[in-house]
Design a protein around this ligand. Structure first.
Ligand SMILES: Cc1cc2nc3c(=O)[nH]c(=O)nc-3n(C[C@H](O)[C@H](O)[C@H](O)COP(=O)(O)O)c2cc1C
Length: 261
């Protein structure tokens, strides 16, 4: 599959007329989609496309574009229920996604702020979409997909994962991460992922602060293993995230984002 990204809001992307910036120039956006479909067709590669609801509130053109993309052979559309102007602020809205679904025959995937099995079911109901896409809620919680799939299939919520399983999943994730990025960069870029896994867990915030001081893979892996072994001594299954720990994490993240901006 080739999935064309017309949803990215990043300035450095939009300044080059890529990502969601293309939604402002409908003829160009559709011409690009048509060219990609034509180039992929001889190879039997389907082309799909992801977009936002529009560039800004005054230009919510996802429905117009969806029809045009379908017309040039795009085989599936994903819509994030925010405009470019919104970035990641406010809440995703699903009315525009419902309107897109009603306007085309190709499968439509609803995206934005889906954080739980119940929310996934609500969004599917509200939009009539064929599927949901989950982004940030999977950070540090990759089992969210099986939780959603199970709920949609059975109407029942799965028990939280075993602490031992999460320990294993994170250690495997880290091993893959170091392989992909190399140890020096990998250890540093893994910190935010580890932070997501321990977010809201008892002692998670202190652990995160300590873990951020570790500089090699062995030390990082050992610290993660030890942290989850500590949790496993008090409970078999992952505890519900603690609100005050989560708040601390958000505040810390806010400070980091402020520094990076
Ligand atoms: C750090 C980050 C990187 C992203 N990178 C991509 C990307 O490369 N391609 C893409 O189509 N969407 C990308 N997205 C957007 C997500 O796919 C998704 O549309 C958005 O986060 C809203 O969904 P959510 O509320 O489930 O996170 C990214 C989002 C974040 C937060």
């Amino acid at each position: 599959i080739i999935d064309i990204n017309m949803g990215c809001p990043a300035k450095k992307v939009c300044n080059k007329w890529a990502g969601s910036a293309l939604m402002q120039d409908e003829p160009l956006a559709v011409a690009i989609a048509a060219a990609v479909v034509q180039a992929c067709a001889p190879h039997g590669v389907p082309v799909t496309l992801k977009m936002r609801t529009g560039w800004c509130d005054a230009a919510r053109n996802a429905v117009t574009l969806a029809r045009a993309f379908e017309g040039v052979g795009v085989q599936m559309l994903t819509v994030h229920g925010r405009t470019r102007e919104q970035g990641y602020k406010g809440e995703a809205e699903y009315d525009t996604i419902a309107a897109v679904k009603a306007a085309v025959r190709v499968p439509v995937v609803a995206n934005g702020d889906i954080t739980s099995p119940h929310k996934a079911a609500d969004v599917l109901r509200a939009t009539g979409a064929d599927a949901v896409m989950i982004g940030r809620a999977a950070q540090g919680r990759p089992w969210v997909f099986r939780e959603v799939a199970h709920y949609l299939a059975t109407g029942e919520l799965l028990a939280p994962p075993l602490v031992a399983e999460v320990r294993r999943v994170l250690l495997d994730h880290l091993a893959d991460h170091y392989t992909l990025y190399g140890e020096f960069t990998g250890v540093r870029s893994a910190r935010k992922h580890i932070g997501w896994y321990v977010q809201g867990l008892p002692g998670g915030e202190d652990f995160r602060a300590h873990m951020n001081t570790l500089e090699d893979a062995d030390a990082q892996l050992a610290a993660v293993a030890q942290f989850f072994e500590g949790i496993a001594r008090t409970t078999d299954r992952m505890p519900a995230p603690d609100a005050s720990e989560q708040r601390q994490h958000q505040q810390q993240k806010g400070k980091t984002a402020g520094l990076a901006a």
